[in-house]
Every structure is written in structure tokens, then in C-alpha cells.
Design a protein around this ligand. Structure first.
Ligand SMILES: Cc1cc2nc3c(=O)[nH]c(=O)nc-3n(C[C@H](O)[C@H](O)[C@H](O)COP(=O)(O)OP(=O)(O)OC[C@H]3O[C@@H](n4cnc5c(N)ncnc54)[C@H](O)[C@@H]3O)c2cc1C
Length: 152
């Protein structure tokens, strides 16, 4: 569990990093691309998608930092089920969040987001893996649910 905890925290941070890049690319594209005589970024529905990405991304980073600090504070040789539960929460939230951010990133880019001229197309595929390895989303849910039952 100790090794898995470290790997899952790492993937949580990777998910936030990719989500940040997707948001940066999408905000830049929204500033540059013009449709109907305006920049995409002037449309409030586009701003809403970017705002949702930003809010979820900040939540993801805060969660990773909080759980990583707990992980670092515990003695290195000890496996702590409460810390493992929190690590699973981080992996669950951050990898699902990165999926939603990548999906919105493609949406902001429109058809251009589906072809390989822009990097969001690759990130959309890359983030899909994060919900699978080091334990799928369902496995994280099982770990969290089981530990909650133990604690209460
Ligand atoms: C690119 C890549 C790199 C990988 N690298 C490594 C590596 O370096 N080391 C390593 O050990 N593994 C690695 N893996 C394997 C990876 O960890 C597994 O693919 C992952 O754990 C899912 O297992 P599985 O593919 O056997 O899916 P399955 O276990 O067959 O799961 C299929 C589906 O059933 C669900 N499911 C399974 N059991 C339950 C359950 N009890 N309750 C509810 N739902 C359930 C899963 O969530 C999933 O949705 C890698 C995989 C990929 C794609």
C-alpha cells in the first residue's frame, strides 16, 4: 500500500499538471480564435468552460498538496489506512477532473481540438490512462468506501 500510495499521489499531481497545460492551451486559443467577429474568449459560455476548469484544477492541486503533506508526515515504514484512503480520494478526484478538463479543452477548440494540429487532442487521449492504471477509479472508490466503513 505504501508503494501504491506514492504512485497514486504522483499520478494525482500528473493529472493536475496535464489539466493545467490543457487550460493554458485552451485560454490561449480562446484569445486568438475569432468567430462571428469576436474572439472566442469574449463569449461567456466559453469563459464558463474555462472557469469550471480553473476551479476544479485549484481544488485538485489543494487536495494533492494536503494529502502529500500527510503522506510525508507519517513514518516512512508505516502503512496508514487513513492516509491511503485520502490518497485514493486524490487519485479519484484529480484523474476524473483531468478527464473533464481535457474534454472541455477539446470543446473550446471546436473541430480543431479533434485533429492533431493542436496539443489538446493528445492530452485528451493521454489523460484517459490516468483513470485506469495504479488502480482504476472503481478501485479507489472501493478503498475509500471500505475505510469509511472501518472508521465508523
Ligand atoms: C499503459 C499502461 C501501463 C501500465 N503499467 C503498469 C505497470 O507499470 N505496472 C502494473 O502493475 N500494471 C500496469 N498497468 C496495468 C494497470 O494497472 C491495469 O490495467 C489496471 O489496474 C486495471 O486492471 P485491468 O486492466 O486488469 O482491468 P480489470 O481489473 O479487468 O477492470 C475492468 C473494469 O472492471 C472494473 N472492476 C474490476 N474489479 C472491480 C471490482 N471489484 N468492483 C468494481 N469494479 C471493478 C475496473 O474498475 C474496470 O472498470 C498498466 C496499464 C496500462 C494501460
Amino acid at each position: 500500500m505504501k508503494v501504491l500510495d506514492r504512485g497514486r499521489l504522483n499520478i494525482s499531481a500528473v493529472a493536475c499538471g496535464i489539466a493545467q497545460r490543457v487550460l493554458d492551451e485552451s485560454a490561449r486559443y480562446a484569445r486568438e480564435r475569432k468567430q462571428f467577429g469576436k474572439r472566442l474568449g469574449e463569449f461567456q459560455l466559453i469563459q464558463a468552460m474555462l472557469a469550471d476548469c480553473q476551479a476544479e484544477l485549484l481544488a485538485g492541486w489543494a487536495l494533492v498538496r494536503e494529502v502529500a503533506e500527510r503522506f510525508d508526515r507519517k513514518p516512512p515504514q508505516v502503512s496508514d489506512p487513513d492516509v491511503s484512503m485520502r490518497v485514493s480520494c486524490a487519485k479519484l478526484f484529480c484523474t476524473e477532473m483531468a478527464g473533464r478538463v481535457a474534454d472541455r479543452g477539446v470543446q473550446v477548440h471546436g473541430g480543431a481540438g479533434y485533429i492533431n494540429e493542436y496539443p489538446v487532442e493528445r492530452f485528451y487521449r493521454d489523460v484517459r490512462l490516468l483513470r485506469l492504471y495504479e488502480g482504476t477509479t472503481q478501485i479507489q472508490q472501493i478503498i475509500v468506501g471500505r475505510e469509511l466503513m472501518n472508521q465508523h
